[in-house]
Design a protein around this ligand. Structure first.
Ligand code: AMP
Length: 356
């Protein structure tokens, strides 16, 4: 399927390509994005809510040249003319979609790095599963009927932030005890160790690990610190804690660096490639950074329980490079890689392949 971006290209075609501004919301991975953009010589604009955050003063090399202060992040739709006049390209990170709202984000008449249509596939867990299974990627089993819970499962509520309200059940009785009143999905609880793989797919580069279109990089990996599931075992068994009204939550509080056994890298690249190829068929391609969230079992099977289709906060670990990106280029963060991609696309007249 072709990338659906003719409307945005009408705007991009009028941009002064010598004077592009990279913008994003002041949160999540914005320091990294601005730092990388400045290194590549772009102007930068931080979109802030209510006031300019003071913490940027502490990191002068990552402080954007200018700020746009809005009352609510979704008000950015009111500033489309201003943004277009300043030749702005918006870099979406995890919080951009959450704060602006998926539908508003898709309507935004400002060029965005990546494919806006990927949102429909990421935020709907059924469609996400359809995409990954079509790609041939191994996922945790889905349980369709709670009565079939005969092994540990994770009950995931739709749209839950930080896994709030998720719970583990080992049988139907345990499920009944907490049966959610909102839409949910039930997934096999995979016992193993978690790895969050930071990929970058370039639609326009033809060097390195080549795919049928473009090329694929692994720029890093992390593990998320999640409160309170990570440490709650210290207090006693989950059955005991439940009696005290303490149930596990999966709120991400930070990230830790990890590397994977080298023998697992072929599977990781295979998954990344399959994921990209299926995305091209389904919606014109997932462009730029994405993350496969995986659990590796003691049989060394890799199960993907989720995909993030933009820069993830775990990449903040690697502002000056990771054990993987160091073997591609010095000081290559995902933020800087995005800026390089935009620069290359400008030089090769290929912005139509990376913006929507
Ligand atoms: P998610 O909202 O899908 O990112 O899940 C939140 C957290 O729940 C993850 O970061 C994992 O720690 C955990 N998790 C999600 N799916 C599974 C699974 N199938 N098996 C075990 N743990 C999981």
């Amino acid at each position: 399927m072709e990338l659906d971006n003719s409307k945005i290209m009408n705007i991009v075609n009028r941009y002064n390509k010598e004077d592009i501004t990279i913008a994003t919301l002041c949160s999540h991975s914005s320091l990294q994005i601005f730092y990388g953009a400045k290194k590549e010589g772009f102007k930068t604009l931080g979109i802030a809510k209510k006031e300019i955050p003071r913490y940027y003063d502490a990191f002068p090399l990552a402080k954007p040249d200018k700020f746009l202060v809005v009352d609510e992040y979704k008000d950015i739709l009111k500033y489309e003319d201003y943004l277009v006049k300043n030749n702005v390209i918006i870099i979406p990170h995890g919080s951009v979609v959450e704060y602006i709202g998926g539908e508003n984000f898709k309507k935004l008449n400002v060029p965005v790095f990546g494919n806006k249509n990927v949102i429909d596939w990421e935020y709907n867990r059924e469609k996400e599963r359809f995409w990954l299974e079509k790609a041939g990627i191994s996922m945790p089993k889905k349980v369709y009927d709670p009565k079939d819970i005969t092994f540990p499962v994770l009950v995931k509520l739709f749209g839950a932030k930080g896994g709030k309200g998720f719970f583990i059940a080992k049988n139907y009785e345990e499920f009944k005890e907490f049966e959610p009143r909102v839409p949910y999905t039930i997934q096999e609880y995979v016992v193993g160790t978690r790895y969050y793989i930071h990929f970058f797919w370039s639609a326009i580069d033809n060097t390195g690990y080549k795919l049928k279109k473009g090329s694929l990089q692994v720029l890093g990996m992390d593990r998320r610190d999640e409160a309170n599931i990570d440490e709650m075992y210290k207090l006693g068994s989950q059955e005991y804690l439940r009696k005290l009204n303490i149930t596990p939550t999966f709120v991400v509080t930070g990230n830790a660096p990890v590397v994977l056994r080298e023998s697992l890298l072929p599977t990781i690249f295979d998954y990344g490639e399959k994921c990209i190829n299926a995305s091209i068929d389904l919606f014109g391609g997932l462009i730029g950074p994405f993350c496969l969230e995986t659990i590796v079992t003691d049989k060394l099977e890799i199960k993907v329980f989720e995909i993030s289709t933009r820069i993830v906060a775990g990449t903040n670990l690697y502002i000056s490079g990771s054990p993987y990106s160091d073997m591609i280029e010095d000081n290559l963060s995902t933020g800087r890689r995005i800026a390089i991609e935009i620069k290359n696309a400008i030089n090769e007249n290929k912005l139509n392949e990376i913006l929507t």
